[in-house]
Design a protein around this ligand. Structure first.
Ligand code: BG6
Length: 482
């Protein structure tokens, strides 16, 4: 099935940080793909901004090399590539000084959508927003896009929000959480709200517990300093896992519109009960078989930063009282796998003989890789001897079901086009981000006060033993991660 492409209106997209890593790996390839499939009008323009002195031709040439290296789909159509490269421009700007802003203003058209993508350090969000405003570059209809990390704690997130809101209204601000751009994450909403089948079961009467796992096999290679100051709690839980939790737990919004969806997500975060220290496990990976350890990548040989977190959460509302949500995420685990497992309660009365190692009904939403849904069912074991039960899975892989193997789409492609369309549904609102920090801050402060040392786990394992205990003590167990 080839997905329909609805062209967007023409635009001038200004990308600050257009020599950086995200530009190379995600933004530029994403834009190229959208151009190649015909979603971008012929006169759309992408203006790269960075400090380096460079002319348009050098920037376009660098972009050609980047696309050859990073675009997962081929750039073998030379005409398409050169047409795309003609859409690029470059202006050298000093983000927190005066240099370059007048040239940038002059390079923009007055009658098209303007979007400013800040792929830069959060310390530059305020100065760039202020310069866009004082130089008359930001118009009442232009959009500003910011990348994570959006703050380090509640205080800094509030300060960033205040900096942005001095120059832009909330309806113009697009805070990226790239997990919301993933197809399967959006599918979670389709699954819940486009089917009548699940909603009657989607509550604590029928759901025993939910497990949300984002396991990564890569370590912190090359990002040790950033990660040491951040840790899994800030890097993954406050944003990506929180968003997955919200989409799983939220009430059906009245409309599929940004305000309605984001109102419901906010209510979930606000309903989270404070986490007790014994409901949370921090871990840090250590070397195995001559490999590297977390501390090999940080400047601090005694670093107490967590590369793994597992926790038990309770949502204090009528739908979820009595149904815990278990979250875990970590680096350098056995495999890369993200999934949401919704585990249902047992039937109230069992008429069949007890089954060994029964795991029960579950719906597993596989976010990556091998995106799809598995439904675990109990059936009769075939054969004439007795009446024994066994468990089987109904399995659906999106790529097979929809025949989309040939056209995987990166989250950034979707999100950038949503910015141009003016659709904020898949972006975090300011109050959502602040509420998530307000919930995360006490956990991190608790660790600091108690001088918690993360539990060590072997690189390539499934995390620290203590994380297993989190479920064992409740008579449950984690799904295997690989
Ligand atoms: C980023 C984190 O936001 O998400 C990284 O900073 C993490 O540490 C990455 O590896 C995971 O994203 P994905 O799309 O590869 O699951």
């Amino acid at each position: 099935m080839v997905s329909r492409v609805i062209p967007v209106e023409t635009f001038d997209l200004v990308v600050f940080g257009a020599t950086g890593d995200l530009w190379r790996r995600k933004i530029l390839p994403g834009l190229y793909h959208r151009f190649a499939v015909g979603q971008m009008p012929d006169d759309a323009r992408i203006i790269g901004v960075a400090r380096s002195d460079m002319d348009r031709a050098a920037f376009a040439e660098a972009a050609r090399h980047i696309l050859e290296d990073f675009a997962p789909r081929s750039v073998d159509d030379a005409d398409t590539l050169s047409e795309f490269l003609q859409r690029l421009d470059y202006v050298s700007v000093e983000a927190s000084a005066d240099r370059g802003w007048t040239e940038l203003a002059q390079s923009l058209r007055s009658d098209v959508i303007r979007a400013f993508y800040l792929s830069v350090s959060p310390a530059l969000f305020g100065p760039i927003a202020a310069n866009l405003s004082t130089h008359g570059i930001a118009t009442p209809d232009s959009r500003i896009v910011v990348e994570k990390p959006f703050g380090h704690d509640l205080k800094s997130a509030k300060a960033l929000n205040a900096d942005l809101r001095r120059c832009f209204e909330e309806r113009q601000i697009y805070r990226i959480d790239h997990y919301l751009g993933k197809e399967t994450v959006q599918n979670l909403m389709a699954l819940r709200f486009a089917n009548a089948l699940w909603e009657p079961l989607w509550n604590s009467t029928h759901i025993d517990h939910v497990q949300i796992t984002v396991a990564e096999s890569l370590g912190v290679e090359g990002r040790g300093d950033y990660y040491d100051a951040s840790g899994a709690m800030r890097d993954m839980v406050q944003n990506h896992l929180m968003q997955l939790l919200c989409l799983t737990a939220m009430e059906p919004p009245s409309k599929f519109r940004s305000t309605a969806v984001r109102d419901e997500k906010l209510k979930v975060i606000e309903a989270l009960e404070p986490v007790q220290q014994d409901d949370i496990v921090a871990g840090q990976y250590r070397a195995r078989e001559g490999g590297d350890s977390f501390r090999d990548h940080t400047g601090d040989p005694d670093s107490r930063t967590e590369s793994f977190v597992a926790m038990k959460l309770t949502i204090g509302n009528w739908r979820w009282a009595g149904t815990p949500f278990y979250l875990r995420t970590g680096k350098k685990l056995r495999t890369r796998r993200s999934e949401i497992a919704v585990v249902f309660r047992d039937p109230p009365h069992m008429i069949f003989p007890k089954m060994e190692a029964r795991r029960g009904n579950a719906m597993i939403i596989r976010l990556q890789p091998d995106e799809g849904i598995t439904l675990r069912n109990t059936i009769k074991e075939p054969g004439p001897g007795g009446f024994r039960l066994t468990e089987v899975s109904l399995d659906m892989t999106f790529a097979d079901a929809l025949d989309t193997h040939a056209e995987p789409q990166d989250a950034y492609e979707r999100l950038i086009m949503d910015v141009i369309r003016g659709d904020q549904t898949l972006f975090m609102r300011g109050d959502e981000v602040e509420a998530a920090w307000a919930w995360v801050d006490p956990i991190i402060e608790g660790w600091q006060e108690a001088r918690v040392t993360p539990a060590p786990y072997d690189a390539g394992s499934s995390g620290p033993e203590d994380a297993l205990m989190l479920l064992h003590r409740d008579g449950r167990r984690w799904r295997e991660i690989g």
